[in-house]
Design a protein around this ligand. Sequence first.
Ligand code: SF4
Length: 281
Amino acid sequence: MSLIHLFRRCNQRCVFCSYPAEGGEEGGASLKTWLSELAAMPPGLVQISGGEPLLAPAGDLRLLLAAVRRLGRRAELQTNAVAAADMKAGELAALVKALNAADGYFNVNFPADTAGLDYATTRTRGAFGKRLTGVRRLIKTGARVRLTHVISSLNYRRLPGFAAFAVKKLEGVSWVQFSYIKGTGRGADPRFLPRYAAVRPFLGRALLVCEKNGLRCEVDHIPPCFLGGFYRLNVDIVKMEEGLPGPHLAEKARLPECSGCRYLGICPGPRKDYIAVHGKL
Ligand code: SF4
């Protein structure tokens, strides 16, 4: 798996943004740079991120996706989908076609099921309605869409409500990932990192809603010991079973409490930034 940060420019100011608040390319990075980064990357899925990638020139984005396809690789386009609400239909269709040709999908950061909570999280007026429209347009245009719902202290009590919202209002979404906030970048504020134990009952109910309604889902950055009967939804398990390298090993660490845990062989432990804030599970 490889990650290209196109630039730092974004149309939201999410409290959980894990991209460094400072540094990086504000807006001037070019297609040439992205293509040379791509050529130097190890094999596997290519994640295209920002800032907000849909703010890049549409033609450049398509050329980047075409290069991914030529290399026989798959693409994940990470976006908040706000810009997709206002894209011209022809431009949107061309982007979806280029992404589909690279066997790819949109990974849409969708943090809330109400406009008020969306604003508290993204600090961007009007983003909720645009995002809803953007995702529906992507699906209607033939794109595969994954939703990433970042869990923070602002929204964890609404997890079952978000699952129901995804089922009812975002029909056609391929799957949902519930991803605990990374305590890096702007997300480094400890106030936004709830205890796993506080999240557990709400997440359990959300996963049940997904299961009952046939909506595929997965969980990242919350260890199996907090997932009950849904523990296999933790995305690290397959990586651990297959002995794959990756950030899950570098970003996480086991605690003395992990000793004797039945999931020890398939769990790298909680995130180190979680440990720094809470000290224990
Ligand atoms: S290894 Fe530690 S963090 Fe992972 S499931 Fe076991 S107790 Fe939880």
